[in-house]
Design a protein around this ligand. Structure first.
Ligand SMILES: *Cc1c(COP(=O)(O)O)cnc(C)c1O
Length: 446
C-alpha cells in the first residue's frame, strides 16, 4: 500500500487559521517547504543521532548502545525542550480557564491533536482521542464498544501475535458478556494464517482486533487485506499500531480502519500519553468510558448529558504536557522522508540478521517475509536473561523475556527471547557492538 503523506506537517492551514497565529508551543522547524514530499529533510543517521542527547551517555563504562526502542524509544531534544518549555512558561489547566495561560495551554494541546490528526490523516480531529497509551486505548474500546455491541454468544477475533494488552481486555469483556475469543493461528515464521482467519470470520464476529506489527517478532501483518475481509462481513477492525507508527506513516482514511491505537513513548514522545483513533460514527454510538470532569455537557443529580467528541472520552484533567510533547515528537519524526527511514531501518535489519546468523548457536524466532526492524533470537543452550545481562555489562540495552506475549512464546515452546529493536537513530556500529557482545556472551555461556 502506498501511504499518503499528510498535508499537515506541523501546523495545518486549518489550525493555523483556527488559532489565529497565536504563539505555537510546538518546537518544530515548521516551514512551507516541508509540506512538499520532495523537500523533506534528507535522512542521515549520524545527524539524527545528534538530536538524541541520551545517546551520548555511557553505561557501565561503555557508550550506550540502545536496542530497546520496541519497549520505549528515546526522545529528541525538540521533545525534551517542548516539555521543559511548557512547564517553565505555559502550564495551566485546559478547557476551563478564562485566563491567558489556560487558553494558551488549551491552544497548544488542541494544536497537538491537530498535528496528530494530520499525521495519521484522520478525517476529523475529534476522531483523535488522547489516552494514556496503547493499553488504555484498547481498554477504552473493549469497555465502551464492548458494553454496547458485544453480547452473549458473540465472538472477538485476535491473533497469536498479540501483546497482552490486546488479549486481556477482550478476555475480560468476553467473560462479562458470555462472548468468546477466537485466535488466528500463525506459522513457524510468525505469519498469520489467512485461510484460518477467513474461516473464523462469521456472523457472530463483532470485532477483529489485531496488531499492525508484532512487538516480539517484527512481523508486519497484511492489515489492508484483513480490513477488507472483515468489512465484507460488516465487522469493524481495531489495529494495535504501537510498533507500526515509529517506523512509517499510517493513513486512517486510506486504511479505512475503524479503530487505531498507539503509544506516545514508542513514537519518540513522552510516557503516559497515547492516541485512540476511532471513526466518528462508531465513537458517537459508544457510551462514555469514564465519568468525570470535561466529559460532561450538563450534570444534575437526576441526569447528566455528555460532551461531544473527543471530550466525551477524555474525562478528567488529561496529560497535557504529554499531548503537547507527543505533538512535538510527531513533528520531529515527520520531517524526514518516509522512504529513506524505511530503507535505513531495513538495511539495519538485514545487516543485523546477516551478522548474527554467522554466530554459532544463534537461532532466530520470527522470520516473516514482511518484517519491521526487530530481531528476536536465542543463543541455544543459554537463557535469554543471561545473554541480556552480559550485553548490559557492555552497555548494550536489549529486551529479554516474553515481551508481554506469553501465548506467542508458548507457541514456540520457549520462555522468551533476546530482542534487539531498532529505531531511526540506530546505525551499523550499533549492530557491530551487538554482534561482538553476543559473541562474547556465547564464549562465556556455551
Ligand atoms: C508496547 C505495546 C503495547 C502496550 O503499550 P503501552 O504503552 O504499554 O500501553 C501494546 N501493543 C504492542 C504491539 C506494543 O508494542
Amino acid at each position: 500500500m502506498v501511504l499518503k503523506l499528510p498535508k499537515s506537517i506541523g501546523l495545518s492551514q486549518h489550525s493555523a487559521h483556527h488559532y489565529r497565529g497565536k504563539v505555537s508551543l510546538l518546537n518544530h522547524q515548521q516551514n512551507k517547504e516541508s509540506q512538499d514530499v520532495s523537500l523533506k529533510k534528507q535522512f542521515d543517521v549520524e545527524e539524527v543521532r545528534k538530536d538524541f542527547p541520551i545517546l551520548k551517555r555511557k553505561v557501565h563504562g561503555s557508550p550506550l548502545v540502545y536496542l530497546d526502542s520496541g519497549a520505549s524509544a528515546q526522545k529528541p531534544k525538540s521533545v525534551i525542550d517542548t516539555v521543559s518549555r511548557y512547564y517553565s512558561e505555559q502550564h495551566a489547566n485546559i478547557h476551563r480557564g478564562v485566563h491567558h495561560l489556560s487558553q494558551e495551554a488549551t491552544q497548544a494541546y488542541e494544536e497537538a491533536r491537530e498535528v496528530i490528526r494530520g499525521y495519521i490523516n484522520a478525517k476529523h480531529s475529534h476522531e483523535v482521542l488522547f489516552t494514556k497509551g496503547t493499553t488504555d486505548g484498547i481498554n477504552l474500546v473493549a469497555s465502551s464498544f464492548g458494553r454496547k455491541f458485544i453480547n452473549e454468544g458473540d465472538e472477538v477475533i485476535v491473533s497469536t501475535l498479540e501483546h497482552h494488552s490486546n488479549i486481556v481486555p477482550w478476555q475480560m469483556i468476553c467473560e462479562e458478556k458470555g462472548a468468546s475469543l477466537k485466535v488466528i493461528p500463525i506459522n513457524q515464521a510468525g505469519e498469520l494464517n489467512m485461510e484460518e482467519f477467513k474461516s473464523l470470520l462469521n456472523d457472530r464476529t463483532r470485532l477483529v482486533s489485531v496488531t499492525h506489527v508484532s512487538n516480539s517478532l517484527g512481523t508486519i501483518n497484511p492489515v489492508e487485506e484483513m480490513i477488507e475481509l472483515s468489512h465484507a462481513k460488516n465487522v469493524p477492525v481495531l489495529l494495535d499500531g504501537a510498533q507500526a507508527v515509529p517506523h512509517k506513516h499510517v493513513d486512517m482514511q486510506a486504511l479505512d480502519v475503524d479503530f487505531y491505537v498507539f503509544s506516545g513513548h514508542k513514537l519518540f514522545g513522552p510516557t503516559g500519553v497515547g492516541v485512540l483513533y476511532g471513526k466518528e460514527d462508531l465513537l458517537n454510538q459508544m457510551p462514555p468510558y469514564q465519568g468525570g470532569g470535561d466529559m460532561i455537557e450538563k450534570v444534575t443529580f437526576e441526569k447528566t448529558t455528555y460532551n461531544s467528541l473527543p471530550h466525551k472520552f477524555e474525562a478528567g484533567t488529561p496529560n497535557i504536557v504529554g499531548g503537547i510533547g507527543l505533538g512535538a515528537a510527531v513533528v520531529y519524526f515527520d520531517q524526514f522522508d518516509e522512504k529513506q527511514i524505511l530503507d535505513h531501518e531495513q538495511d539495519i535489519l538485514a545487516y543485523a540478521t546477516d551478522q548474527l546468523s554467522q554466530i554459532e548457536g544463534v537461532k532466530f524466532i520470527g522470520t516473516a517475509t514482511e518484517k519491521a526492524s526487530v530481531v528476536s533470537f536465542l543463543l541455544e543452550g543459554s537463557h535469554p536473561f543471561d545473554v541480556g545481562t552480559l550485553l548490559d555489562q557492555q552497555g548494550i540495552a536489549v529486551r529479554t523475556g516474553h515481551h508481554c506475549t506469553q501465548p506467542l512464546m508458548d507457541f514456540y515452546g520457549i520462555p522468551g527471547t533476546v530482542r534487539a529493536s531498532f529505531a531511526i537513530y540506530n546505525n551499523r556500529a550499533d549492530v557491530d557492538a551487538l554482534v561482538a557482545g553476543v559473541k562474547r556472551a556465547a564464549n562465556m555461556l556455551l
